[in-house]
Design a protein around this ligand. Structure first.
Ligand SMILES: [Zn+2]
Length: 235
């Protein structure tokens, strides 16, 4: 029996061990203690996790404990970094650019946008967070993925067109694309626009009121100006 502080990893291990033993050697698996006694409040959670993932995890395979754990928290899928996925892109310049953003809050937000690290509903579900409505708040039809939210959502098409026209006054080739949101080879003058756009889409998805184009546009200009104000002389 594993002793010590029951970290998730340890409790899971113990739990899986119990289940496996129970299935293979029922006579040996006669537990003296029930799981709830062993793990207290965590017992219910672990049991739910096990039930939810038992189909996905094949205990007879040569699988490591770490792999089981990553499977459950959805880490494996996210562990492919944005750099691995986009090998043709030189990321050093991008990270340097973001690191140079004067205002920490703005910098951190963009730092999450580039590796698609913002916690979209899809990502929250992947990580095992329960009670999440996976639907995009704007269209209520598609899953809220990064790609859907910032690039594809039909309900945001007019807003994107507006931002694109706005951005084209700085750069005639301005488009809202996957590449743009990776901040690849962009002019520094475009950063406030990208911040304004992504932050507006991100923040307004929490609003309960019905959103119209006008409100999104106002928020976008406000965010863009705030960015410019707090990042003067640098970006
Ligand atoms: Zn949508």
């Amino acid at each position: 029996m594993i002793k010590g502080k029951p970290t998730i990893l340890k409790t899971l291990y113990t739990y899986f061990l119990g289940i496996t033993t129970g299935e293979l050697m029922p006579e040996l698996a006669e537990n003296k203690y029930s799981h709830s006694e062993q793990f207290g409040k965590n017992a219910k959670k672990i049991k739910e996790l096990y039930i939810q993932y038992r189909g996905k995890i094949k205990l007879t395979e040569n699988i490591t404990l770490k792999e089981i754990y990553y499977e459950i928290i959805g880490q494996r899928k996210n562990s492919i970094t944005v750099e691995e996925k986009n090998e043709e892109i030189e990321f050093t310049n991008i990270w340097t650019k973001v690191a140079g953003i004067k205002n920490n809050i703005h910098g951190e937000f963009l730092y999450q946008i580039i590796p698609r690290a913002v916690l979209t509903r899809e990502k929250q579900i992947d990580r095992g967070i329960r009670g999440i409505d996976p639907q995009c708040k704007y269209c209520n039809r598609q899953f809220e993925t990064f790609q859907h939210l910032f690039i594809d959502c039909k309900e945001l098409k007019m807003f994107r067109t507006y931002v694109i026209q706005n951005g084209q006054s700085e750069d005639p080739n301005f488009e809202i694309s996957k590449k743009l949101l990776l901040l690849v080879d962009i002019k520094t003058e475009l950063i406030p626009i990208i911040y304004g756009y992504t932050h507006t889409v991100w923040a307004c998805r929490h609003f309960e009121d019905t959103l119209n184009l006008y409100k999104l546009q106002m928020k976008y200009h406000k965010d863009k100006e705030i960015y410019r104000k707090y990042n003067k002389n640098k970006n």
